[in-house]
Write a protein that binds this ligand. Structure first.
Ligand SMILES: C[S@@+](CC[C@H](N)C(=O)[O-])C[C@H]1O[C@@H](n2cnc3c(N)ncnc32)[C@H](O)[C@@H]1O
Length: 278
């Protein structure tokens, strides 16, 4: 098991139970159990008004499973850098990838000490799976991390999982520059799996929902969640070739079967894509 990094990137090592955290609030949405009262308060404010956001969180995990399976099986990826790992869920990237390819290597990155405390045992099940405490807004630091360098052959294609992470990065932190740098660092033939909160700009329910959730996140003092336009989200993937069906709603990306329930307004406030670096 890799010890927590004492690192230069100012990643907190102490759990602050007085402030909500993105990883723990997300765990509430997924019906997990690793959260505190402050996290549940944020969750309940959203859930009371838009219970469908729970379905969106679950759709995100289901999308991640489908995308990882595609990457390991059809795209032949055997190195996975999973940024913003989150708390362990029923099926995590390494379990899916290693089910397809026993030799697949996975490095999870997160900056939440709860993910380290509660997740390390589950997310580091074997020698090919590691968890690194680092700041994903610093691509060069992530790629130069000793665990990342030891686990991967960085001159061979890898799968970069950037799922529901960049929408927690404010414009002030320059998410475009961060994504450009990650894409620059990836060897040709690599893939990016991407989920981002979306403002559908429909002048109605979708945009209202986006602003409502943004506002609650902002008041929760945990760092915000930003709902960006399709154009902005497409920009984060510039230089890459989108895999069919492109940048779409989670449930429209190679669904596991025909839909049995109608899409809700919450389905319109996130977009996902898998894209390849030529
Ligand atoms: C909404 S969760 C998504 C979890 C997982 N990727 C998924 O799609 O199910 C976002 C995760 O990103 C992590 N995160 C947010 N900002 C980060 C940063 N600057 N550096 C590292 N991790 C970060 C949070 O701690 C949280 O675990």
């Amino acid at each position: 098991m890799t010890p927590p990094t004492s690192d230069s990137h100012a990643v907190p090592t102490v759990i602050d139970e007085t402030k909500p955290s993105v990883a723990r609030v997300y765990d509430c949405f997924l019906g997990g159990k690793d959260h505190y009262e402050v996290d549940r308060e944020v969750f309940q404010q959203i859930d009371a008004v838009v219970p469908q956001m729970k379905d969106l969180a679950r759709s995100g995990r289901e999308w991640l499973i489908r995308a990882t399976r595609f990457l390991a099986r059809s795209a032949g990826m055997d190195q996975f850098l999973d940024l913003g790992a989150g708390l362990p869920s029923a099926d995590n990237t390494h379990q899916i990838a290693q089910r397809e390819n026993l030799d697949a290597r996975v490095v999870y990155v997160d900056n939440d000490p709860v993910v380290a405390a509660h997740g390390r045992a589950l997310l580091e099940e074997n020698d090919q799976t590691h968890l690194v405490l680092a700041d994903l807004t610093r691509p060069d630091d992530v790629f130069n991390h000793p665990t990342v360098k030891a686990a991967f052959e960085l001159d061979r294609p890898l799968a970069l999982m950037q799922c529901s992470t960049i929408h927690h990065v404010s414009d002030d932190e320059n998410p475009q520059q961060i994504m450009d740098r990650y894409i620059e660092l990836l060897p040709s033939g690599s893939y990016v799996a991407f989920i981002h909160f979306h403002d559908p700009e429909d002048g109605g329910k979708g945009t209202e929902l986006a602003r409502f959730v943004e506002d609650i996140f902002a008041r929760g003092a945990m760092g915000s969640g930003y709902f960006r336009t399709r154009r902005q989200i497409e920009g984060f993937l510039r230089g890459l070739e989108l895999v069919e069906p492109g940048l779409v709603r989670l449930n429209d990306w190679w669904p596991g079967g025909p839909r049995s329930t109608p899409l809700t307004v919450a389905d319109n406030v996130a977009l996902a894509a898998v894209a390849r670096k030529p």
